[in-house]
Design a protein. Sequence first.
Length: 246
Amino acid sequence: MKIIPAIDIRDGQCVRLFQGDFDKTTVYSPDPAAVAQNFSRLAVSDLHIVDLDGARSGLQSNHDAVAKIVAQTGLSVQVGGGIRRRSDIVAWLDAGVSRCVVGSMAITEPDSVKEWIEEFGADAIVLALDARLDADGVPRLTTEGWTADSKVSLWQCLENYGTSDRYHVLCTDVGRDGAMTGPNFDLYEETLQRFPDIRLQASGGVRNLGDLTDLRALGVPAAIVGRALLDGEIDEREVAEFQQNA
C-alpha cells in the first residue's frame, strides 16, 4: 500500500482544516515547498496537494507554488481544488503534475469528466469523492470544497463510472478528516467489496502506523496521510519500515 503525504495550501501557507471547515484552520508552515521537501525524504513516491483557495474560488491561484514543489521534490504529484475546466487540467499537466484530482465536477458533470479520462488517460485523473454519512449511514457526497451536500450517494456515483480498474478514486469521510479519530474502515471495506477493482485512495483520520496497517489489511491500495505526518505521529523510520513490510 502506498503512503501518500498530503499538503493543503491556503493563502500560500501549508495548513490543515478540521473536517473541511475553513474557520478551523491550523497553519503548519509559511513555506509549503519546505514541507514538501521534508516529505520527499520519506520512503514515498507520491504527494497529494489540495489548493484550498482553488476549491472555494475555482481559480488556480496556487499554481506557481505547486509547480515549484513539482520541480524541487521529484515526487509524483497529484493536485486538486477547484479543477472545473479542461483548461485547468491542461495547465496542471503542463506544470508537471502527474494527476489532477477532480471533485465537484466528478459528481455534477460526470460525462465531462469521462471525456477528460478518455482524452488525458485514466492515470491523469483522480475522482475525489468526499462523503458524509446520513442518518441511515449512507455516504452522501459533498461538493464545492465540502460546503454543499448533494443527494448522490457514493455508491450511485461509482456505479455511474463503472467498476474498471482504470479509475483512481480518492474517498474521504469528511467527518474524519483532520480529526485524528481513525479512518472509516467500514466505509473503505464496503467500497472495496462493492467495487474491488478501483484504485482506491483512503483519506481522512489516519492517526498512526496501526491505522495504515489496518487499511493495508483491507486491501486498500493507497492512503492519504496529512496531519499524522505533520504532527510527527508517524515518523520517517516508521514510513520506511511500513514500506519494507509491504
